[in-house]
Design a protein around this ligand. Sequence first.
Ligand SMILES: N[C@@H](CCC(=O)N[C@@H](CS)C(=O)NCC(=O)O)C(=O)O
Length: 237
Amino acid sequence: MAGGDDLKLLGAWPSPFVVRVKLALSFKGLSFENVEEDLGNKSELLVSSNPVQKKVPVLLHNGKPICESMVIVQYIDEAFAGTGPSLLSSDPHERAVARFWAAYVDDKLVTSWVQSFRGKTEEDKSEGTKQMFAALQTLEGALRECSKGEGYFGGESVGLVDVSLGGLLSWLNATEEMSGTKIFDPVKTPLLAAWAERLRELDGAKLAFPDKDRMVEFIQKRQAQAAAAAAAAASEK
Ligand SMILES: N[C@@H](CCC(=O)N[C@@H](CS)C(=O)NCC(=O)O)C(=O)O
């Protein structure tokens, strides 16, 4: 790492947004101190570093906080331009296209995916699932365009969109395993399915991704808590 730089990541291991930052740091070959937050009892440091949202991830670079996962990822790429591979192209148009698709992942994929398991009714949830698969279909086209026949959204190496979508992979894979339904379906979205396999095999990704069994256990626990809360609310009516 660049001499004298101190990087501290305030995170929570299951968070897909935190995984994005870990991916960026890992792909750039930057070492950092990982500070695990208890989101039910946030630290003074988290609250004072991100007073607006009080959310993770927050990256502290020599004590200065940077918030919002994709803002942090781009900061890392800029602040450590001379270290490791670049996540953003040197071409302004390619940079703009990558930013567009990274924003699309948050606006369309993350939103519909969250709706697919947190929707208020079963109908609401199945609408979320439908929208999620539509967004994946669109991202299949984006991957075809952006990769130019290479393996990643960034071309022959990983870029901003790979990090943005890659952050969600562990959670999506765990959901696939639990439900038996393929999200990265080799028939419906063959390029994305191959991309997911390829990304998972990268050393940088292996360092950043949470353990699959731990992830499944975490989601099952969350689902049980949500079901118990819904049952308690229904019995109060
Ligand atoms: N848009 C934010 C989302 C961050 C986010 O939602 N973080 C969650 C963990 S997955 C959090 O800190 N939640 C705590 C809270 O909402 O109080 C980003 O991309 O960084």
